[in-house]
Design a protein around this ligand. Sequence first.
Ligand code: PEP
Ligand code: MN
Length: 368
Amino acid sequence: MIVFMRDGGSGGEAELAAVVKALTDRGFACHAVNGGVRAVVVQGGDAEAERLVLGMPGVHRVVLAHPGYALASREVHPADTVIRVGSVEIGGQEPVIMAGPCSVESLDGLLEVAEQVRAAGANVLRGGAFKPRSSPYSFQGLGEEGLKYLAIAREKTGLPVISEVMEPDAVGLVASYVDILQIGARNMQNFSLLRAVGRSGKPVMLKRGLSATIEEWLMAAEYILAQGNPNVMLCERGIRTFETYTRNTLDLNAVPVVRHLSHLPVIVDPSHGVGKWRYVNAMARASIAAGAHGLIVEVHANPDKALSDGAQSLTPARFAQMVREVRYIAAALRAMDGAEPPADAAAGAEAVSLSAGAGTGSGTLVTV
Ligand code: PEP
Ligand code: MN
């Protein structure tokens, strides 16, 4: 159930608090939201809860049935979420670029590539220490040693770091070294892991599952938000289709759809999306043009020697070129946003708005 409050002016917070108290006293778990409108998301809210609040001061309307991702939805939180990690803003105007090796392999190798991606304009350093490999015989990552190297690289470059966590029991350990916790595609519906990163309070990047619908992905984000952690970003990384020339099919439809349905920042991973370095730059550019708030890209000083995902890793020089092109597109979008169409544009050309959304979702309605 969602309780939407009237604006309420200066008394709005007190009215919201009174609604939360009335519901909590009756045993309902509540999440108060203030993201452009004031609302309360009520777990298990039913007709009785509705009757309880309908006459209360400031209550505008009550919705019983809605998609199962109320906290992630733009309906409840119209304003874009912007996540601050040090001096980096994720979800704002300027695209955020996260880059680094698929796996942390050695301290020297990491420091070398970290300095190269920083010099090329990356904002965040990526590197896997716990790797979800398809085969148990493949390199599994350096574990805590890899996390230590990431912390040293952060110290030396000033870049915040992101790394994957695969198990609920490891969340405390990984969170003690990194700035952003990554949930990998294979764990998108590992609900105990989602709850654990929700409780950690660290920013979380939630990758879309290999065969997950957008609705399932948003409901997975809801698990994290429902633990009281508002700093969730979504990452489109390609889905499984019948196509074999690319590793996955990068679903760029998801970018405008998620921006329409949700207030959470959207990041795109073109590296896993295509699986071949040759196609990464084109899809990075397309992602930003489609409205993504940022990219996460695999870069290796010597891709042929990489212990994982070398085929999709850019060299530092190719990455530097990608950053230049992506920043150029971002600047063009900013110039275009809200600007008059050029004089030679076809009559009737529509004004371009970066915040424009896609069609409406038609997902399952649930009562929370
Ligand atoms: C990765 O980022 O290296 C990774 C394993 O990604 P995904 O979970 O998207 O496969
Ligand atoms: Mn990888």
